[in-house]
Design a protein around this ligand. Structure first.
Ligand code: PGA
Length: 256
């Protein structure tokens, strides 16, 4: 360990307007020294607050992520935004294919890789999300579902940029339910993803950071991040308050 910098990202989903975003970003910036420069921390706020978030975080080291990105540079795509629009604001990361996008807004293994590709092309760090539903897990299909979603993303990645990719394993049954995957369950799938990476990219697979997401909280972050292939966390509910997100990120210090 030690070669992958732990990476925690708070996904604020559709919470926090501009004022709340500024307030939370200021608190995160204030707490950032606790991470001693050894854990990367990002937040993905609501799109309408991205400019304010970037401004409040400027120069601090706190990274700002978008929750989505379209694959086209521009055009007739009402309700979407391009990677260039994000770069213009100072956004550095983009979540691609979150399970809520897949379940509610039609994202799939065709569109998610396109979003990842567009993020890469613009110099953003894509956070590609994969994960099975409860029905799929109970039917013994976890490995198949994760492999299919992961392979679709890896298909569009070139060997010389693989170190920039972040993948988040988020079992759908663990998201927002308070029922996190056990460290063993998370590690099992992360190890599978690492093997898929290694098959395609050889030793470079070791450079890719794999986040776990799904009911991560300050009191379970340390045990999850203790697993060898759990390099960070994608956090929803417990990321809304700066103190809680910082506590989760501090759990990453044990890996640094
Ligand atoms: P949760 O959400 O931490 O609230 O379970 C995780 C996510 O959706 O990224």
């Amino acid at each position: 360990m030690g070669k992958r910098v732990p990476f925690v990202c708070g996904n604020w989903k559709m919470h926090h307007g501009v004022e709340a975003t500024r307030k939370q970003v200021r608190a995160l910036v204030e707490g950032l020294p606790r991470l001693k420069g050894m854990v990367d921390l990002a937040i993905a706020p609501v799109a309408t607050t991205l400019a304010a978030a970037c401004e409040a975080a400027r120069g601090s080291g706190l990274k700002i992520a978008a929750q989505n990105v379209h694959w086209a540079e521009k055009g007739a795509f009402t309700g979407e935004w391009s990677a260039a629009h994000l770069v213009e604001l100072g956004v550095t990361h983009a979540i691609c294919g979150h399970s809520e996008r897949r379940a509610l807004f039609g994202d799939d293994d065709i569109t998610v890789p396109k979003r990842v590709r567009a993020a890469m092309d613009a110099g953003l760090v894509p956070i590609g999300c994969v994960g099975e539903t409860l029905a799929q897990r109970e039917a013994g299909k976890t490995e198949h579902v994760v492999a299919t979603q992961t392979e679709a993303i890896l298909e569009v990645i070139k060997p010389d940029e693989i170190d920039r990719l972040v993948l988040a394993y988020e079992p759908v049954w663990a998201i927002g339910t308070g029922k996190n995957a056990t460290p063993t369950q998370a590690q099992e799938v992360h190890a599978q993803i690492r093997r898929l990476l290694a098959k395609r990219f050889g030793a470079k697979a070791e450079l890719v950071r794999l986040q776990y997401g799904g009911s991560v909280k300050p009191d379970n972050a340390a045990e999850l991040l203790r697993e060898p292939d759990v390099d960070g966390a994608l956090v929803g509910g417990a990321a809304l308050e700066a103190a809680s997100l910082l506590a989760i990120a501090e759990a990453g210090l044990q890996r640094a």
